[in-house]
Ligand binder design. Structure first.
Ligand SMILES: Nc1nc(=O)c2c([nH]1)NC[C@@H]1CN(c3ccc(C(=O)N[C@@H](CCC(=O)O)C(=O)O)cc3)C=[N+]21
Ligand SMILES: [Mg+2]
Length: 282
């Protein structure tokens, strides 16, 4: 068994990205990222801080636009439109989840697809499924980088994803399909889940339930990717996979923390860089 070190890969990719960014800045373009944070959700505060730190280290123009929890949907859409028109920002990210009185679909539709560094706009989701992506959701994009780094050959492999979200499960399926894996998406209504996951050469777990996946779900030698971020009773960050026992059967496995999370942030920065680069090269 070997551990996929997401933190180390993220640091290596950030170093390369810094070099590319320095060059772009010399050409007069500083990548600009605005993160719009609605309300005071404590988990969101932490993620946004991490993003801000990485963006600043890379030399990006990084802005966190904090707005009141009670902002109206119309006012939030106005703010997004203002950043759509502002050429110093190449990436716009609206931190999810949003308060209940705001329609997430309307928000995602308002972000200029060219600046949609999350890749959540329907146009970007469509382009991804077409096999011609513009922006790729950063969590699955980071997982694909891990497969590349660790020479995981996907061609003809059985890839099983647990979770059908627009943020992870569905884009993950599109990317695996593009690399010629045979892809199955499972979810909370899937019958005999264990029978399906037992067939997986590649297992991507995004359920949102701490330590749900035990060794009996996993085929010997499988590659296991844990997207889960759960807090246990002691407030400790734990994955969806019971690492201690699954690592006994897997050939490769990601830890939490230090696996998928750091790569998510890195890919977000990569997409912001790419969006900035395209303004002078496309
Ligand atoms: N529009 C939008 N885009 C997002 O990409 C988005 C979002 N909303 N809402 C929330 C989720 C969550 N997310 C994480 C990113 C990095 C870590 C991360 O770096 N995790 C570290 C540890 C962090 C810790 O210790 O708490 C790790 O796994 O090692 C975690 C979670 C991005 N999200
Ligand atoms: Mg993302």
């Amino acid at each position: 068994m070997a551990i996929i070190d997401g933190k180390a890969l993220a640091e290596k990719m950030q170093a390369d990205l810094k070099t590319k960014t320095d060059k772009l800045i010399k050409k007069g373009i500083t990548p600009g990222l605005v993160v719009i944070l609605v309300g005071e959700d404590p988990a969101s505060q932490v993620y946004v801080k991490n993003k801000e730190r990485v963006a600043n280290n890379l030399g990006f123009n990084s802005v966190v636009r904090r707005v009141e929890e009670t902002i109206s949907e119309a006012d939030l859409l106005k703010i997004i439109n203002q950043y759509n028109l502002d050429s110093q920002f190449h990436g716009i990210l609206v931190q999810l989840p949003l308060p209940k009185h705001i329609d997430e679909e309307k928000v995602l539709l308002t972000i200029d697809p060219q600046k949609d560094v999350d890749g959540f706009h329907p146009l970007n989701m469509g382009k991804l499924w077409e096999g011609n992506p513009l922006m790729i959701p950063s969590t699955p994009a980071g997982i694909m980088e891990m497969f590349k780094e660790y020479n995981v050959d996907l061609t003809g492999k059985n890839a099983v994803i647990i979770g059908r979200s627009n943020i992870v499960g569905k884009p993950m399926a599109a990317l695996l399909l593009q690399e010629n894996a045979t892809v199955t998406i499972t979810h909370s209504k899937t019958k005999d889940l264990k029978d399906v996951t037992k067939q997986a050469d590649i297992l991507v777990v995004a359920i949102g339930v701490g330590h749900f996946i035990t060794a009996d779900f996993v085929k010997n030698g499988a590659v296991v990717i844990d997207v889960g971020m759960n807090r246990n009773g002691e407030g400790k960050l734990i994955g969806d996979v019971k690492f201690d026992e699954v690592s006994e059967v897997a050939s490769l496995i990601t830890p939490v923390p230090g696996g998928v999370g750091p790569m998510t942030i890195t890919m977000l920065m990569e997409q912001t860089y790419q969006a900035a680069w395209r303004t002078i090269n496309d």
